[in-house]
Design a protein around this ligand. Structure first.
Ligand SMILES: [Zn+2]
Length: 149
């Protein structure tokens, strides 16, 4: 049974528009999806704010929309942590192989490497924009992986 989301009147199955008020009609599956997005948007946005990804993972388990974004946020957070560790190790190595009077060289390389972290920032912003617009859009490269079911 379908109901108009605007005026609540009964709609014939498969109707495109409400027969009493003219609003676009949703079937119950679409309506569930629309409700899911509007009720869980905040959780989906939190997914891209670092450690706050834990909030949708544990508090919005039943939301398909929040789950989709929590999955991407989690992968992004893991990649960012892995990058941070790799950066730490690499900078330690660089500073130990160059003699002290050439400190500017490892320092410059580290500055350039740290710019790469802007990629994570850009990906997080992209994810937040998608979540805020109610879209389940995959992030480039990492979005196709599924960690969370
Ligand atoms: Zn209506």
């Amino acid at each position: 049974m379908a109901f108009c989301t605007k005026c609540g009147s009964n709609l014939p199955e498969g109707a495109q528009f409400c027969t009493s008020c003219g609003a676009p009609a949703f079937d119950s599956a679409q309506k569930t999806a629309v409700n899911d997005v509007s009720q869980n948007k905040v959780f989906a946005i939190l997914a891209y704010l670092g450690i706050l990804v834990l909030v949708p993972i544990f508090a919005a388990k039943d939301s398909k929309f929040a789950r989709f974004h929590a999955n991407q946020g989690l992968i992004l957070a893991i990649c960012a942590v892995a990058y941070g560790i790799a950066y730490g190790i690499l900078s330690a190595i660089l500073f130990s192989i160059f003699p002290w009077y050439l400190w500017k060289i490892p320092s410059l390389i580290c500055t350039l490497l740290s710019l790469a972290s802007l990629v994570f920032l850009a990906a997080a912003i992209l994810g937040i924009v998608n979540a805020a617009q109610g879209q389940e859009k995959e992030l480039p490269f990492i979005g196709k992986y599924r960690i969370l079911k």
